[in-house]
Every structure is written in structure tokens, then in C-alpha cells.
Design a protein around this ligand. Sequence first.
Ligand SMILES: Nc1ncnc2c1ncn2[C@@H]1O[C@H](COP(=O)(O)OP(=O)(O)OP(=O)(O)O)[C@@H](O)[C@H]1O
Length: 407
Amino acid sequence: LEGSSCLVTVYITNVLFFPFLFLSPKEIYEFGMKLGQGSFGVVYEATHIETQTKWAIKEVCRPAAGSSKVVMVDNEIEILKQVNHAHIIHLQAVYRTATMIYLVTELCKGGDLRQLLQRKKFFTEDETRNIIGSLADAVVYLHKRVTVHRDLKLENILVKNSLNEDDSSIDIKVTDFGLSVKTGGAGIENIMTEACGTLMYMAPEMMSDRGYSQMCDVWSIGVVMYMLLCGEPPFTSKRKALLLKEIMNTEVRFPQPIWATVSDAAKNLLTCLLKVDPAYRMSANQLLENPWITGDTNVPAVPSNIFEMMCRHREEKESNIDYLNPPSHSKNKQTKKPKTFEPSVKQRRPQDKKDFSTGQKPPTDSSKADSQRISTSSKVGLTPANHQLALRPIPIQNKIKKTSHIK
Ligand SMILES: Nc1ncnc2c1ncn2[C@@H]1O[C@H](COP(=O)(O)OP(=O)(O)OP(=O)(O)O)[C@@H](O)[C@H]1O
């Protein structure tokens, strides 16, 4: 009896001091037009009655306890509560009624990038640079907090304000953290195996049994960047099985005529983001510092991964030897000129520097290459043992069977 009277006291105190906890959001906000619909719920524009401020409210039917949907909604709420970044959606409040869950987030009047791309057909290189720079910044922030988004796509990137025609600065907000996961770091115990996300944006390693790391987000950024620049996805097979095969086996290509107007630096960067083997893929941090993103053409090119850095070091050593001991015979000079010679940083034109920054060379010596691959793999969260597994092909039918949470 004592216990229940205590509960009643707590309840009355809460109602008196925190009345909003017990109100339905429909009494606090005036619900306006529908902004969008996802697989989980409907998103409405809403006005906070007291302050007249505008918000977006996602209304989700309260799923049965223990269902995968409830796990995903709770997961999204948990992660959004912990983040605070200019390019990640801000969660203002959460309301739970007997039948519904309401997520109140900042309002993004510009809608999502898929809608915007449909209207614009494609984005200019400057607009794309601005979007990808912000996206990389948000992803670096998440990865530093050992959080992997796992569902980056145009629909999950919102635009804060309606666009002004000659404004190339598009303020984006990453949203939809339902599939996001917090890993414990980069060790083997943190390799994820569950395939999830949207097939068209899914990294090849997610479809295999080998496990994957946060590098899957970088792949998705590559797909987003490709689509912004040309209006179409990089992998286009209509049938699911063929699409899987294409993603896992094809080097990114640029067949549409529009690519002739895009710089080599942007195309080379895409090649580095869409590397099938995550050990060779650029990290989110490296993307953020890439000269195409920073726009700094005077900065000497930075290799996109450790493997490339080692190649570069070897090349520089070779070119230094040439410089210190110039061959006296002209015939020698011709035959000796190494194929891999790169002009010095000073000699290189800005365009060359950009290209070199993102280009990756295939290994020449397979044994060396294997050991280098293994050493780079630890950087992306794969241990040598696990990476050896990653090099083994897996039959395509197994990959399809394994997938879950794929949209
Ligand atoms: N804060 C917001 N401001 C404006 N529009 C929004 C906002 N949040 C969501 N939307 C719109 O609603 C759509 C669906 O939202 P959201 O992706 O969060 O729902 P979901 O059910 O989690 O979707 P999914 O099926 O991708 O899991 C978005 O694509 C976007 O167009």
C-alpha cells in the first residue's frame, strides 16, 4: 500500500510539473501537410502551438513489443539522442501514446535529395562538392563515435531550406537512423554481418558472408555522389540477382554523355569511393580532406590509403635516385626512365595533382600486394585473418539468401 501511494504521489507531481509528458502531441502541435512517407510511418509538418515554431513529426504506429520494427524505432531514437552535428537531423522530442510513437525533428523545407534530383535532373560539380563535403563531415563524426549509418541514400538526406536558384550552398541533414548501429570500434568483434540497407546503395561486402565495417557508408556516399553528378545510379541492372552481381564485380564506369563535362578529379574520386574491396576504398576522413572536396589545388596530393602511400613512397625514392644520379648516356636516359615516374609536386599541374591524389595503381607483385592488403585491412576494421576470408569469392545465390532488412 505504501508503495502504491508513493507511485500516485510521483504521478501527481509529474502531471503538475511536466504536463507535456502526459499530453498527446496533437494537443501540443497543430499537424499540417504530409511531408513524406517511409516504410515506418508518415511525416507531417507541424506547428508548436505555444511558440508557433515549425517542426517535422514522424508518426509511427506503435509496433508490438519485441518486433524488429520496435527495435529499429528505439534504435533511431537512441542514436539521435546522442548526436549533435550541423548535418545530422536534430531530434527535439519523442512522444509515446498507447498506439503511436511521435518523433519531433527539425523541419527541412527543401524535402529530400531524391525529390530535388528528380526536379533538377543533375547537380553541378560545385553543388555536389558542397553536399558531399557536408555528408562526409557528418559520416566522419558518426564513425568517430563508432556509429555506422548503414542506409545512406538520397531519400535519407534532407535539405534544410527551399533552394534559391543561384545558391549552390545546399544545407543537408542526414536522417533515418533506423538501421544504424553502434559498434565497439575497429576490431574483429565489431565486424558486422547482417546485410541491410537499400540494394542500390549497398556496399559489395555487405552482401557477402565476410563481414563489413564502417567502410560500407563510404561506398554509399560514392553512389550518392555518382547520382548527383549524372542523375542515374552507377549500377543499373533491373533484376535483383543481376544488380548484386554488377555491384560485386564491376568497376565504376562513366558512360553517360554528361560525364564529359565532369572533371577527372571528381571521376577519380568516385573510383576511390566505389572500390569493391573495402581495403582499397578511401575512408570518410580521407574523403573530407581530398582536394576535390577542399577545393585546394595547391595542396600536394594525399594518397587515398596506406597501400597507395607505400607505392608513392617507392616511386618518390626511385625518382630521387634518378635525380641524384642522372644517366650520362642519352640512350640510357630513355630506357631508364621509369614508367611510374611522376613529376615533382612543384612540376605537377593542379589538374595532375588532383588526378594523382585519387588514382590507385594495381599491385605489381602479388605476394607483396597481399601483405600490403592485409596491413591496410586493419585500418578499415578487418584483421588479416578476416581479410583473407574477404578475398575468397562466395557464390552469388548464398549472398541473396543471406540478405535481411534490404529495401
Ligand atoms: N525532418 C523532416 N523534414 C522534412 N521532410 C522530412 C523530414 N523527415 C522526413 N521527411 C520526409 O519524409 C520521408 C520519410 O521519412 P523517413 O525516411 O524518416 O521515414 P522512414 O519510415 O524511416 O523511411 P524508410 O522507409 O527510409 O525507413 C523522407 O524521405 C522525407 O521526404
